[in-house]
Ligand binder design. Sequence first.
Ligand code: Q9C
Ligand code: ZN
Length: 359
Amino acid sequence: MKVLYSKECLLHDPPFEILSGEKVPYFEKPKRLTIIEGELKSNGFGISEEVDWDIDLRQHILRVHSVEYLDYLETAYELWVREGGNKIAVIPETFPHVNLLPAPPESAHITNPFARAGLFCFDLSCPITKETHKATLASLRVTLTAAKSLVVGAVNSAFALCRPPGHHAMPSLCGGYCFLNNVAIAARFIQNISPSAIERPKVAILDIDYHHGNGSQATFYDDPSVLYVSLHGENDYPYFTGSASEQGSGKGKGYNVNFPLPRGITGDNEYCDTLQGAVAIVRNFEPSFLLISLGVDTHIDDPISDFKVTTSGYLRIGGIIASIDRPTLFVMEGGYALESIGKNVCNVLQGFKLQVEHQ
Ligand code: Q9C
Ligand code: ZN
């Protein structure tokens, strides 16, 4: 298991977010990463900070995100401050709600930085600070470096220890602490750098973050070459996606599978039973590569989520994922219980390793 990490991921550090109408300290903190790093180190995992500077991020980002959105992420902070916005961070104040509009907005013509803050974002959990984009690019570089080592066959499994996370980020929207969709970009990256012998290798994304990965789902909704399977809290954030009836469209019909699970009562046994079913679907797809959106916000102590998975439950979860038996890239997503986040992530990887050695 190769673990990739970059200190630049720590640069994104907004002081607050608005949660349930309250101004609270930002949950998606840099400390999450340093705690996990420490725990992995004390459990014998080697951690590499050798990111691959040859990877042209822009080219790969633009396979998933729009050029207008990338331009927004690059310039939002500067233009916002220049127009008198607060120096701490860009935070939207108006959203182009569908019922507010006579017609869809022509984003290229909307230049007011306050309007753009709402145009390219769907909630209040993505403040853009001066350093946000630098950290976002570092997070993606960590992910793609790890993906590359899988594709070239240097390793059979890797973990991208990175933040900000990605699975809520849409082609032209940030939201849910996410700016660039690391896993989605990695899926396209893998398909494009794989040796031409295998035409467009099939990639499966298994999303075990507590929240539905609306951005990953949207990116591949009509694409049968990328299977998206998610387990998540039913009717919880991001609220408008994640039902079992969302199964893909056109050629992609059947290649999007959602498992919403009940809030408040889903513990290790219920979770692992459903995960076994999800894993059977992934195996049946016969992907060349497996990407795991690894969130540990399913933990019983998570402050913003509502499942009851225990720290030892993550050992089982890792083992079940290993039974898919494909080259596997874990990419860090959510998880906000700081006292247990290190052990929880470590247990997924340990459970995976133990099962791999066993089979
Ligand atoms: N009551 C990830 O885990 N606020 N993002 C939700 C719920 C945003 C979570 C409020 C949560 C985003 C990557
Ligand atoms: Zn989450």
